[in-house]
Design a protein around this ligand. Structure first.
Ligand code: SAH
Length: 259
């Protein structure tokens, strides 16, 4: 007896939606999402679509009606609960747009819980288009079959970030002038929740460096003997953290070979 084909098929389009989903929930998409479904994926009534609400998780849904401007869908059943995301924040200084786009995309793939952009004295860019940033993060998550999105905060000045830094969260300060080797710092940091502060193309000035180091939660860390570009530093730091303190070392959450 041939196995019944999986429904929805792996090829079904995946989208994050703003509304919380439940069995029978009706969702009407317009704008770019409707265009993607109707024009690019050319869905029609009855076709399967996977919807995620970043609250309950990932749902199998069915197209009810595919119009030129709107596509109506109905959630059928929960496929996967929203995944647990490691409690790591990334606080990258704003850098040139195309490279900051890379930071947003790769940090999402690596599994950060929160991206909190910072404006420092040597930032070339000092603003971020929130809709554009949200679209980059969402698309990265959709392309990697994620059921969770990182929270995306509005940019804040360095002083505000430090003033509001949570008591119980370590702040790994990636200092291009040197600090404790990151792997060693992670191993010796008792608190579980953490965040990374990464500077802009021009680095931190001495006054900023002293202010950051004065924060009790700050742990100045080195990312090795070579200067990295800001976007490289952010992703290298996250990868090391994920492997040492995140969920890359959990054995029960990796896809089993052949799965
Ligand atoms: N223009 C600066 C480098 C800035 S690199 C200079 O030449 O000194 C951008 C940011 O990446 C830095 O502010 C720091 O947060 C991080 N970074 C880059 N290389 C690093 C390293 N080897 N150790 C720690 N942080 C590093």
């Amino acid at each position: 007896m041939p196995a019944t084909p999986a429904w929805p098929p792996k090829s079904a389009p995946r989208l994050f939606v703003a509304e919380p989903l439940h069995p029978g929930a009706r969702v009407t998409l317009d704008g770019p999402q409707a265009h993607y479904l109707a024009r690019v994926m050319r869905v029609s009534a009855g076709d399967p679509v996977v919807l995620c609400d970043d609250i309950t998780g990932e749902w199998a849904a069915r197209v009810v009606e595919a119009g030129k401007r709107n596509v109506a869908l109905e959630a059928v059943r929960l496929l996967r609960q929203r995944e647990a995301v490691p409690d790591i924040w990334l606080c990258p200084a704003l850098i040139k747009k195309d490279r900051f786009d890379q930071v947003l995309e790769k940090a999402t793939e690596l599994g950060v819980a929160r991206i909190a952009p910072v404006v420092t004295r040597r930032c070339v860019a000092d603003k971020l288009n929130p809709e554009r940033a949200r679209a980059i993060v969402t698309e990265a998550a959709e392309q990697c079959a994620r059921t969770a999105l990182p929270e995306l905060a509005a940019p804040v000045r360095l002083a505000a970030l430090l003033a509001d830094w949570p008591e119980t969260r370590a702040l790994y300060f990636a200092d291009e002038n040197g600090g404790m080797p990151l792997a060693e710092a992670i191993a010796s940091t008792a608190v579980a929740s953490a965040g990374f502060l990464i500077g802009p193309e021009g680095g931190f000035d001495d006054e900023e460096r002293a202010t950051i180091r004065a924060l009790p939660q700050a742990v100045p860390v080195s990312l090795g003997p070579r200067i990295l570009r800001a976007e490289t530093a952010a992703l290298a730091a996250l990868a090391i953290w994920m492997a040492r303190a995140g969920d890359w070392s959990d054995r029960d959450n990796h896809p089993k070979p052949g799965e």
